[in-house]
Every structure is written in structure tokens, then in C-alpha cells.
Ligand binder design. Sequence first.
Ligand code: SF4
Length: 331
Amino acid sequence: MASPVSRTVTYSPAYTLVPTYECFNRCAYCNFRFDPGKSPWLTLPDAEILLKSLQDKGICEILILSGEVHPRSSRRQAWFQLIYDLCQLALSMGFLPHTNVGPLSCEEMAKLKNVNVSMGLMLEQLTPKLLNTVHKHAPSKIPEYRLQQLEWAGELAIPFTTGLLLGIGESSGDRWETLEAISHIHQRYHNIQEVILQPHSPGSQQTFDAPPFDPHQLPELIAKARQILPSDITIQIPPNLVKEPSWLLACLDAGARDLGGIGPIDEVNPDYPHPEYQKLQQILSPAGWELVARLPVYPYFDGWLSKELQRNVKEWRSAIGASSLSVPNHL
Ligand code: SF4
């Protein structure tokens, strides 16, 4: 086995808050959405109770992940306000928020920058041919809109996470094109901290009838992505979607260095529970990998944050430095 340059692999001890599962898009592979009006919105008092139960449990990141309310809907403003308020609440209770709620206006992004240490949006795939297939009923998945989000994040100095969804009808050439587009944006703005390579993994609710992306293809793809992406972008793979230990290790050998946010439920892939922390350790340690907790913002982006956010981040960095970030109870 080739000796990797670094033997550290990171993960983010995270919990996902879902403001609402309702979404006006209907992506054929979705296992998350409810029809508009069919998913009650999370209330702030309920969120507070939830967050209280997570305090002192080693959880640092609160991922705000939501279905989308149409930009022209009369409910859009209330939806956005709820997201903003949830971030503010999480911050006030000592957590570090990371919001990923679909395409936003530039103004919405600028507001959320004040209450998030980083934000994210999967680019998925750039090829427009998916608009005739899996994204036929998903207006938010117009590739130019999504690329625009990465650019606005750059202009607004927001540390950003993006990624590819693999095995939804794209060719390998399409994948390289998507990675190259991310790379170009990063070379211009230096704002992409991670790229997730997420293999399509069929779930019980989706209508898309296609096999899972073969995880055995991942190491080669990671190696190629590593060549395309600038070296300061970390490649992330979700360990719940790469179940075979030998292939998880092969992904790390190929250049992946992060396992993403690990929490009780993968809301996007609810049929694929995250592996327990101990189980991951048992796979990684014998191969010489050290599993290390990280924050949802990478250190070289700390200076992009407001003074208030920097204070919260600093506290978490010292907690990690002093190794007092215990393994979350749910892992
Ligand atoms: S994948 Fe996301 S955008 Fe598409 S329907 Fe599901 S929740 Fe909506």
C-alpha cells in the first residue's frame, strides 16, 4: 500500500437541524423532501430544546439543512428568517452553524454570512442533460444558478463546501468538467474548503431507478479529482456510503482526507446510518490513520469571519487543541 503524505483524516462532530423537509423541487433521487405545506416547520422553542440536549456532548457543528421554498413564494421571507434565527440561536448556545439550504439570493447569502462560519451547496453535476432526466422537475438544479452561488460565496468571502453527486446519469467527462469548474472558481476566489464526492446510494423514497454508484470506482475518481483540484481543497467522502473498509481505506490512499459531518442521522441518505466512531477507529487505526475532529471552518479562513464568529471559533480551536473535544455521545 502506498504511503500517504499525511496520516490524518478529519471529521466534523455535527448535528443536523432541518427547518423544513418541504421542497418545491422534485429531484428523482431525493429521499428527503415532502410536498410544500406537508412538512411542519421547526419552531425556535423546539430547536432550543434540541440544542440544549446537545450542549457539552462534543458537538461543534450545527448543519442547517433545508428543503427549499420557491424564491417567489410569499413564504420565502418567513423561511429565510427561520433559517437565520436558527443559526443565531445555535451560535448563541456555543455551536458553529453551517448552512446548506439550496440556492440563495446574493443578499440572503450576505445576511447568512453574519451567522455562519461556512456555508455549502452541492454543485452536483454541471451537465445540462440532467435537466431532462433526474432534474426535470427541479428548477433549482439549473447548473448556472449553482455555479453562481460558488462565485457569490467567493465575492462575499464565505468559506464554502461543495461537491459532486456521482452516478445520476453523468459521464466521466461530465465529472471532470464539474471539477474543473470548481477549480476555476477557487483559483479566482480561494473560497472552496472542501469538495464532497458523494456516490448515489438508492434510498427507499426515491423514484430514480438506477443502481448505486459503484464505490469501487471511487479511488480512481478521487485520484483524478486530486489532480484537477487545487491542493488546498480537501476531498471529502461520506463513510456511510462507502461501507467496505478496504474501499474506504483505498479512498484515503487515493487522496480523500475528510469524512464530513458525522451525526446521528444522514438526513440526505436516511437509509444509510453513519458508522459509529469506534467502528471507524477500528478500520482506520490499524492502517495508520488518525481520526481527528475538525471545525466546520478550516483554519486559513478564520480571518474571513466577523470578530464575533472568530471568538466562537477560537474557543473551539483551543478545545480541540487541548484534546477536550470528547467523542460525541451519539457516535
Ligand atoms: S434533493 Fe434537495 S432540492 Fe432536490 S427535491 Fe430533494 S430536498 Fe429538494
